[in-house]
Design a binder for this molecule. Sequence first.
Ligand code: B12
Length: 377
Amino acid sequence: MDTALRSQIEQLAVDNGADSVGFVKAQVFERARKALLERRDLGLASSMQFTYRNPERSTDPYQMLPSAKSIVAITFPYASSAGKNYEDYPGQGEGVVGRFARHDYYSDLRAILDEIAALLKSQGFKAVTSSDSNALVDREVAWAAGLGWFGKNSQLLTPGRGCWVVLGEVVTNADLVDVDPEPVADGCGSCSRCIELCPTDAIVDDGVIDARKCLAWIVQGPDPIPLEFREAVGTRIYGCDECIEVCPPSESGLQLGGNTSPSPYRDTADLFWILQVDDDQLLKEFGAWYIPKRNPDFLRRTALVCLGNSAVEKDIRTPLVLEKYLSSDNSMLVGHAVWATKRLGLDRLLDSASFDGSVESVAYELSAEVDPRLADA
Ligand code: B12
């Protein structure tokens, strides 16, 4: 094992803002593979692709680097108590952005991974990086590298920060590990606040999320937002932090700060703006977000639900925006606009000339109502 190189990597990572660094031998992550396959078979993955698309690949670092010997895992702190909380709402037309997306923390983290890879390459080794991609299961790697424990909310918690860390790794053919580290002991104990307080009961077992009910997936996925969950979406335009905000070790982690004022930083997004501008403007502004098929209509769909849940019924912009979507060519958007209109008590707009109540849009609402995935849930 190259102890000097290992120390150099640790120092480099910490100097560049990593919170913790761990090392583990390259290996196939069998537990994660089994979990991915089982949960996909049970339907818990909803329409998600990511690591569920090809579990064999996402749990096998040798597919990233056939000569892999070691994996360097790092955690990067992403949250501070800065900015609005979901609890500060309903607002006057602002959507709340999940803390992980308020700044492009992944880009900060990837810069550290690139530095580590460059160091390894400068010494003649091979190195491939990954974070939040389909290539590797980040949490299982970080757990195996001894960086944290799995919480009941399925998040990896690190001592001190709780859940507020994003994860990434460098797979290399350098020999950096003699013996794999001991796992970090469970820090949840009998606490189950995340399970009890999830707004949609999406945590169906300790550490197991049903993505069909998880608001984080529902607001960013490629499906209509199920009628059953539209009120629960509230004003979450992107991401849901509920199972982290209520987590005691994470509550204290938030107070640590870390990235107190990264720039640029966005805790809210203007729903009226989202519903008014064109595709190019939306992709330019929110390009770092996961938007299915890069189609901004999915963002507009979520914005309509957030608008319906806001205190905007008296705002003069509201009827203008809703009328625009009630007469949209996109039946998904018409369906969500109908919902928002009714939720705001503006049913009179449905009688106006601009809304033709076409068979297509009514059919859309009905199909959402009898969505077979909800019947299973
Ligand atoms: C798919 C995905 C999602 C999906 C599904 C999440 C899920 N729980 O499955 C959706 C879109 C819902 C999502 C949401 C979020 N995500 Co996400 N997501 C991913 C992604 C791309 C893959 C995750 C994966 O493969 N899951 C598969 C399952 C099998 O893994 P697992 O849930 O970790 O399961 C393990 C445990 O169950 C454990 N285990 C086994 N037995 C037992 C027993 C007990 C008792 C326990 C407790 C655990 C346990 O072993 C399993 C296998 O490893 C990763 C990036 C990546 N490439 O890894 C990011 C990632 C997991 N997401 C991340 C984040 C930040 C979020 C959000 C907080 C964002 C937000 N605010 O909206 C939310 C949190 C919601 C939640 N509670 O998970 C971070 C998590 C950081 C952390 N500290 O854990 C990751 C790692 C991205 C990153 N690189 O930082 N995400």
